[in-house]
Design a protein around this ligand. Structure first.
Ligand code: AKG
Length: 214
């Protein structure tokens, strides 16, 4: 399980709780070789993604478990957390359980991708990770899309779309699987998020490639 929010350029500020204060997250289960691998699920989504993106490359996937007591997962764009040069891709979010506002379903600020890349957020407080940065986003300025999902529904969105999930008000848990496909023309750009684990095993400036070595 991931221990902490990704602080893209430095150590967590003092006193930050673990990531499990807002969600339980597992990074890249598609890279497992055993029965719990999500690699087959990612492959099954590829034809769908090809309708939206030429030549998709699987960049990463996440299992996301939200329980009662987890705080709001604040509004953010995903692109700022990634060490890549362009936001050319598609994020899929797929709840494995029925999910609505009371159970912590993902919601979106429609049209917010048009803001372009905004500063990366500290997921514990929704503020920019860099103290002198201005987020330049307010959810009140956009129509909000907050669907009630059936188990297995999929929603696709831009890496620049601001999204969040409210606290879970019900007992039990909401499990979701999320995967990110990027265009094969995207390149690693480590300086954008040097603390992302993928920087330790990729060549800065090279075209992104998939990796399935467990
Ligand atoms: O699944 C959730 O509640 C939030 C996940 C999310 O926004 C993300 O992984 O970027």
């Amino acid at each position: 399980m991931s221990k902490q929010v990704l602080y893209t350029h430095g150590a967590p500020p003092p006193g930050r709780p673990p990531l499990s204060a807002i969600i339980e997250q597992w990074l890249n289960p598609h890279q497992h070789r055993d029965a719990c691998s999500t690699g087959g699920a990612a492959d099954a989504m590829r034809p769908v993604v090809r309708q939206l993106l030429d030549d998709p490359v699987l960049f990463q996937d996440l299992l996301l478990v939200k329980r009662r007591g987890h705080k709001e997962f604040p509004w953010h764009q995903d692109f700022g957390f990634w060490p890549v040069d362009r936001p050319d891709g598609i994020v899929l979010w797929i709840p494995l359980d029925e999910s609505d506002a009371e159970s912590g379903a993902l919601r979106f600020a429609i049209g917010s991708h048009r803001l372009g890349a905004r500063p990366v957020v500290d997921l514990h407080d929704g503020q920019p990770q860099s103290a002198d940065a201005e987020l330049g986003f307010s959810p009140g300025a956009f129509p909000i899309f907050a669907p009630a999902y059936r188990a297995g529904d999929a929603v696709a969105f831009s890496p620049l779309t601001f999204h969040s999930s409210p606290p879970r008000l019900r007992d039990g848990e909401r499990i979701a699987w999320s995967c990110v496909f990027l265009s094969a023309t995207v390149r690693w750009q480590h300086a954008r998020a040097p603390n992302h684990p993928v920087c330790r095993r990729t060549v800065d400036g090279a075209k992104i490639q998939e990796r399935r070595d467990g």
